[in-house]
Design a protein around this ligand. Sequence first.
Ligand SMILES: *[C@@H]1O[C@H](CO)[C@@H](O)[C@H](O)[C@H]1NC(C)=O
Ligand SMILES: *[C@@H]1O[C@H](CO)[C@@H](O)[C@H](O)[C@H]1NC(C)=O
Ligand SMILES: *[C@@H]1O[C@H](CO)[C@@H](O)[C@H](O)[C@H]1NC(C)=O
Ligand SMILES: *[C@@H]1O[C@H](CO)[C@@H](O)[C@H](O)[C@H]1NC(C)=O
Ligand SMILES: *[C@@H]1O[C@H](CO)[C@@H](O)[C@H](O)[C@H]1NC(C)=O
Ligand SMILES: *[C@@H]1O[C@H](CO)[C@@H](O)[C@H](O)[C@H]1NC(C)=O
Ligand SMILES: *[C@@H]1O[C@H](CO)[C@@H](O)[C@H](O)[C@H]1NC(C)=O
Length: 490
Amino acid sequence: MKTLLPDLLLLLLLFLFLSPSSATTGRLILDFILPKIGSGTARPWNLSFLPDVSTSSKPGSKDSDLISALPGQPKGVVARQYSGYVPVDEKAGRFFFYYFTESKKTVNASEIPIFMWINGGPGCSSVGSGAFLEHGPLVVAPGGKAVAESSHAWNQFAHVLYVDSPVGTGFSYSDTPSDYQNYNDATVAADNLRFLVNWLARFPEYAARKVYLGGEGYAGNYIPQLAQLIHNRNRAGKYPAINLKGLILQNVILDADEDRWGFFDHLWSHGMLSQRMYDNIEKYCIKNSTRKGCIAVAQRTGRVVAPLYMFDLTAKICRLSEITTPRLPVDEYYECQEEDVAAYLGLPEVQRALHVNPSKAPKKWIQCNSNVAKAYGEITNSTLPILKNLLSNNISVLVYSGDANSVIPPMSSRLSIRKLNLSKTVPWHGWYPSKIDLGGYSEGYSEGLNYATVRGAGHFVAKTKGTQLQFLLGVHLNGTLANSTIPAVV
Ligand SMILES: *[C@@H]1O[C@H](CO)[C@@H](O)[C@H](O)[C@H]1NC(C)=O
Ligand SMILES: *[C@@H]1O[C@H](CO)[C@@H](O)[C@H](O)[C@H]1NC(C)=O
Ligand SMILES: *[C@@H]1O[C@H](CO)[C@@H](O)[C@H](O)[C@H]1NC(C)=O
Ligand SMILES: *[C@@H]1O[C@H](CO)[C@@H](O)[C@H](O)[C@H]1NC(C)=O
Ligand SMILES: *[C@@H]1O[C@H](CO)[C@@H](O)[C@H](O)[C@H]1NC(C)=O
Ligand SMILES: *[C@@H]1O[C@H](CO)[C@@H](O)[C@H](O)[C@H]1NC(C)=O
Ligand SMILES: *[C@@H]1O[C@H](CO)[C@@H](O)[C@H](O)[C@H]1NC(C)=O
């Protein structure tokens, strides 16, 4: 069965390419992760791995990274924003691009934590997705020429750091061409650690803050691996110790064995695949598979699901040509936002304001660079052993999924974390204190692990359900999610 998967998924992907949506993350995840499993390019993660992070680079000045204002930014947005490049290997000329937004919170300012966010892919920009589409203070407004203030920005409770990782993603680059060919989980985790250490050297006032790491999609590998390196580094007594408190994992790959079939399961359980099709997938690809039979079934299945927007089965599909009247820049969901983010970040005046290096930046800004995924070598097939280790060291973990996301569906995450065998403390229940909207369900485990779904959300949870998500993070961080007894409203 294992050897069939690469062909099966590659074929399926050919059909996904025909999807009317321009979104690429889901395709990358399917194209990228699943074929590697069982093909000898996946292996367990070395829990004691600690790369050399010694760096002779000067920390650089945060003053030159201060953003005076972004084009089309509404007046009166108080929080300071910074962006620019931090070296991960100065000799190689390898730099990560970041966008940092200070918190709007003013009470107990010295206790406000740092949230570092990385999108997945591999090759998808955190600045483009995490910041300007999902939970940054400013989201790109319809038309792609201005930004609007977001009502559900995470900088209402944290200082948020968005990082384009690895090089080739967003505005991050390297002067060494081979850096674009040599990606794997170990090199990326090492670069992410070097980035964070060097960033904290540039922003020393935050060096002792509580740190939370978050991400989505393939960051289900990046984030636990970075966390493990931070933990190992702290244990080795390196300065400064990073005060890592928790992980926030959104629609993530955790265990490829579960995730690879979740895709079909989710479509079937949402009435998107006929029973016969699902039975055939099970029969020809899962139970008693033959190469030929499985490929034929996958082709047929791929044709049926091609028109769906896999990131969000309930969302409207963007058809730019049908949007005739420019809308007011308001902070609310509309379906062509991903296209508008790409338009906005492609504007020369926006790039100037963000301190993008024009001689290094890609000619055309793209949300997801498929070359990164293509060049990405060995992956780790499961990050569950890492999570288990982190949990036993008091690092909390929240895993949540939008229940309309088909790319990495909620049930596969739930089944994955059940493999951790932690005692369950609280069963499913509804939460979110609103009479009109059920926020989702959660499941609490021991040792600081929570699992939750966000009802009606897709892959980019904050894009459609930002308020619910903010509430979810609040109760998780307060340590009350598992025991919150707000009854479900259905
Ligand atoms: C990961 O893959 C390697 C090599 O294929 C295999 O030996 C190992 O058991 C797998 N680990 C998990 C957790 O699936
Ligand atoms: C795991 O990492 C440690 C520390 O970097 C290293 O000494 C050890 O050789 C690695 N083990 C394997 C099996 O790669
Ligand atoms: C501010 O910090 C103090 C001391 O840690 C705490 O008692 C208080 O509740 C905090 N106030 C707010 C509004 O978080
Ligand atoms: C799979 O099907 C083939 C042909 O129908 C049969 O010969 C074989 O024994 C089956 N294998 C299993 C594991 O059921
Ligand atoms: C985790 O935190 C608890 C309570 O704060 C403490 O008793 C325990 O020693 C900590 N464990 C580790 C491994 O740090
Ligand atoms: C979390 O705790 C803080 C301080 O006690 C409180 O102000 C806030 O409302 C809580 N958030 C949620 C979502 O429960
Ligand atoms: C949640 O409830 C369980 C079982 O009643 C209890 O053991 C645990 O301490 C509670 N956790 C919190 C954070 O209140």
